[in-house]
Ligand binder design. Sequence first.
Ligand SMILES: Cc1ncc(COP(=O)(O)O)c(C=O)c1O
Length: 402
Amino acid sequence: MEKSSSDSSSRSQTPPSFSTRAIHAGESRSRCADSMTTPIFQTSTFTFKNSRHIEEYTQEGQEHYEYGRYGNPTAQVAERRLADLEGAEDCIVFSSGMSAITTTILALIQSGDHIVFTDDSYKKTLEFCNSFLKKFGVECTIVSFGDYDALDQAVKKNTRFIVSESPTNPYLNIFDLVKLKAIADKHGVMTLIDSTFSTPYNQRPIEFGIDLVLQSATKYLAGHNDVLAGAVLGRKEMIDQIRNLHKIMGGILDPQACYLLIRGLKTFPLRVQKQNESTLKIAHFLENHPKIKRVYYPFLESHPHYKIAVEQMSGGGGVVSFEIKGDLQTAKRFLDSLKLCTIGPSLGGVETLITHPAMVSYYDFSKEEREQLGISDTLFRLAVGIEEADDIIEDLNQGLNQ
Ligand SMILES: Cc1ncc(COP(=O)(O)O)c(C=O)c1O
């Protein structure tokens, strides 16, 4: 399992395409027991044949697995495949996206450091930095998403990195990665981008010079709403530093879950391609519907970041948000009348999910607090699956006409 397929140039001069690498990268030609699929190494412990074998491992650095928290061959295939797709030198998989984010940040900071965030970041990431890290003397500044001057001014002498996301939830705001890189280089700080919504199919931040990419692999990468997983990707020396803490924190991805992630990755380009196409079609349908107040989708010309999106991304992704006309009661009636779109908070799976941020993610905020954040009572987020777009449209249409 040593070589990624992108390295195997002996078979072909042209590097294999993204879809081919999604199926083969990270696997060797000679397969364990000639198994077509990657075996699930369901073991917590790896054994040594004899004392010589131990010495070869400990003193001569021979590659070998030792204990499940320090590495597992199934996890290694997942890591190599993800690194290949993201164009990263190395990758670590984690038990969830949040485990990836928290371990990564903790590995790279120390007391007295400062982090700059954008206000559109994932709620739990913001909570971790703004509430939890404060206890350890780490200071955070949250700047308004899209305000590049404020971002530039927020960087201080002790700023360690800038953390953001693109596209963001629920308004699908797009970060200009060229501007981000320029600001980071000016101050000599690291950059971290949560790329869960775009996925390496639509954008690879490392190609823009971003240092680290975070993924909630729970979403598009695994893709079937049946596994929680996370990943961090970047240069080897940084990933090594994070891996050292990962071995202590222990948030490893279980071998069964690694297998599901590897299996999901094989169809990931097909799924995301379909999701890009369907979501654009649905976004156009919504935009032209008389019961719709506003649609947010980065590949719609009406989106404030359309220009950056089409310049820096190859697809708009599988999430579209929209506000319907009416009030909370109208919103509830619409939600209750849907037959195909299932009510649920996640995204990136094969089934279409719809969520109502005011009632789900922001249920504990007052109406005034929600409105300050721009979360209206009639806002919905649709995470498009791989069903036929016309069937999803029909379901939304009958719901809107209730
Ligand atoms: C953008 C983003 N980042 C990170 C996470 C956390 O990932 P996980 O749920 O896999 O821990 C989520 C979860 O919804 C997310 O949407």
